[in-house]
Ligand binder design. Structure first.
Ligand code: NAD
Length: 299
């Protein structure tokens, strides 16, 4: 019987379903990398989320491994090419969290437009700052979506339903909404990021790009830390060029270095702790897809 190690927390219904697949399932969802290195050779498959880092030295010990399943989208915690070079399949659950991330991105735009976090904090402090909290509306504004894959297009659909005008930039696909990168930066009232962090996209948005963006524009990043040059963003917000930013992802998570702490603390920043995919529905769908992948590739 094939042995599967679940290394990170997954939906409890999915664990129960995995146990019905005819595979021996071991759940050690807080296992350390040292502990994992000791036992990984015994397993034919493993399930990880983003916590467990599956790097080359660990893979060298995974002598029986046939499949690594990442519950979620990003594969940046796995040395994918190295694993594939050893004949190990690396699979993910690409669509399961699209709607959750898209809803968060739209929620973050509302939070920016209507100062929702600021209003809540002020109420909790016993204030009634009605006059200081005049916002703007999303309807009629232009949204620039950078990265027009699953999540980007899902955000676009929701934004159109809200009366926004949508344009997009993505060099790898053809779509009628796509316009040149600089043109998007020039005309968008909101820019939202939905692309992977790679060598090519590292600091895709930095001082030069922020300068091209409209005075008073807003930026939303629920994609990956590293795509935005956070020092340049801090400067643009402090200078009053960009009106605000909403961030779910950071180059360091949790953000500890001084610049990141200062960025998160700016009153014009709305910050969330990488919760894009963290909905009950999304976790359930991720679990369901993991079970399907185990049935197809291991059972
Ligand atoms: P996807 O692969 O469907 O779409 C990504 C798109 O980005 C592709 O169409 C690709 O062509 C495009 N792209 C690549 N390089 C680009 C560039 N230089 N400029 C513009 N576009 C470029 O992926 P998806 O499912 O839509 O996910 C998008 C991103 O969201 C993922 O990379 C992931 O890191 C992030 N994500 C975040 C969370 C969260 O919790 N905040 C959860 C899930 C996914």
């Amino acid at each position: 019987m094939a042995k599967l190690l679940v290394c990170d927390p997954v939906d409890s219904n999915a664990v129960a379903a995995l146990q019905q697949t005819g595979v021996e399932v071991v759940v050690q969802d807080s296992i350390t990398l040292d502990e994992l290195a000791e036992v990984i050779g015994e397993y034919d498959g493993m399930v990880v989320r983003s916590r467990t880092k599956v790097r080359e030295p660990l893979l060298d010990k995974a002598t029986n491994m046939k499949v690594i399943i990442r519950g979620g989208v990003g594969l940046d915690n796995i040395d994918v090419e190295y694993a594939r070079g050893k004949g190990i399949k690396v699979l993910n659950t690409p669509s399961a969290s699209s709607n959750a991330v898209a809803e968060l991105a739209v929620g973050l735009m509302f939070a920016l437009a209507r100062h929702i976090s600021k209003a809540d904090a002020s109420m909790k402090a016993g204030n009634w700052d009605k006059k200081k909290l005049k916002g703007t509306e999303l309807a009629g504004k232009t949204l620039g979506v950078i990265g027009y894959g699953r999540i980007g297009r899902c955000v676009a659909e929701k934004a159109r339903a809200l009366g926004m005008h949508v344009v997009a930039y993505d060099p790898y696909i053809e779509h009628e909404d796509i316009i040149p990168f600089e043109e998007l930066l020039k005309i968008a009232d909101y820019v939202t990021l939905h692309l992977p962090h790679t060598e090519d996209t590292h600091h895709l948005l930095s001082t030069g790009q922020f300068a091209i963006m409209k005075q008073g524009a807003y930026l939303v990043d629920a994609a990956r830390g590293g795509i935005i040059d956070e020092a340049a963003l801090y400067q643009s917000l402090s200078d009053g060029h960009l009106a605000g930013a909403a961030l779910d992802v950071y180059s360091q998570e949790p953000p500890q270095d001084e610049l990141l702490r200062k960025l998160v603390a700016l009153p014009q920043v709305v910050a969330t702790p990488h919760i894009g995919a963290a909905t009950q529905e999304s976790q359930g769908r991720i679990g369901g897809e993991i079970v399907k992948l185990v049935q197809e590739h291991l059972a």
